[in-house]
Design a protein around this ligand. Structure first.
Ligand code: ZN
Ligand code: ZN
Length: 281
């Protein structure tokens, strides 16, 4: 099974791999740069060599690694300046992934700011199509399902499908399925039966073969709360049973799993790794 955490790059990109290895990760996700700003320092040759070398000597499969887009870009933005800025950062980030040998770049679909989801969908399609055209082919963009917060784009499977199937070329795109986001958007994952039904629904509307990564997070909020608050595995409103179903689904389909769980007095990353491995059995 390929499972791991979102790991910090605070001490350097290659050190993020050390963190992942130390926790027993067989997959991991990073931000390639500070996620809170617009600008990024260019990658140095040394950063790239060290990262690749460290990854090669680890037991982690390169194809089980992903980068997450920074927080500020909004690909559904109706305003031209933020849109252009967002698109530029998407292109820049995909190029960084390619240099580092990271195959997947996870992106949120953004907010239409009140102009309606249809308009937002057109904008998002424009952004991703352009980004695919201008970036190396070895990077796949993964669209992440949203929690359905006010004005957000892409929380219902039907809406994600109407974005996804407009993208060209389609083989440059996939889905990152976040369990917390789906649950917060109203999809029940609490029992084996409801988790299966949700996956069947996804399969009908989009196709599970397009899921390239799972974000395995429990939810602090109730079903349909539309709030993005991740909880430790099994301690939230989804619970052990539904999350276990997702782990088994991912393993059967050989989809890497990434946890983006909190670190607090109740549990740390190692604790969530241990819990997830238990639930895989
Ligand atoms: Zn995300
Ligand atoms: Zn989230």
């Amino acid at each position: 099974m390929q499972i791991g955490m979102h790991v910090s790059i605070a001490n350097g990109l290659d050190k993020s791999i050390d963190n992942a290895v130390a926790m027993g990760c067989t997959a991991f996700q990073i931000f390639t740069r500070n996620p809170r700003g617009w600008s990024s320092k260019p990658l140095l040759k040394n950063d790239i060599t060290n990262f690749k070398k460290r990854l090669d000597t680890s037991k982690i499969d390169r194809l089980a690694t992903a980068a997450h887009m920074p927080y500020l870009p909004n690909f559904s933005s109706p305003e031209s300046v933020p849109f252009t800025r967002s698109l530029k950062s998407l292109i820049d980030e995909a190029k960084r992934c390619s240099k580092l040998g990271i195959p997947y770049l996870v992106a949120h679909l953004g907010s239409h700011k009140g102009l309606g989801e249809e308009k937002g969908i057109d904008t998002v399609v424009k952004a991703f199509t352009k980004a695919a055209k201008e970036t190396p082919h070895d990077v796949t963009f993964l669209l992440e399902n949203n929690v359905g917060f006010k004005n957000s784009v892409g929380s219902e499977f039907e809406k994600i499908a109407s974005i996804f199937f407009k993208l060209k070329p389609l083989d440059r795109f996939g889905i990152c399925f976040d369990t917390c986001h789906a649950f917060a958007a109203g999809y029940d994952l609490r029992t084996e039966k409801t988790a299966c039904l949700t996956l069947e629904k996804f399969d009908e509307i989009i196709g599970v073969k397009h899921i390239k990564l799972i974000h395995l997070n429990d939810s602090k909020g109730q079903i349909g709360c539309n709030i993005d608050r991740h909880e430790h595995i099994g301690l939230g409103h989804i619970g052990n049973v539904g999350l276990s179903k997702f782990i088994k689904f991912a393993n059967a389909k050989k989809i890497p799993i990434i946890m983006e769980t909190p670190i607090d007095e109740r549990r740390d990353d190692t604790g969530n790794m241990k819990k997830a491995k238990e639930l895989a059995r």
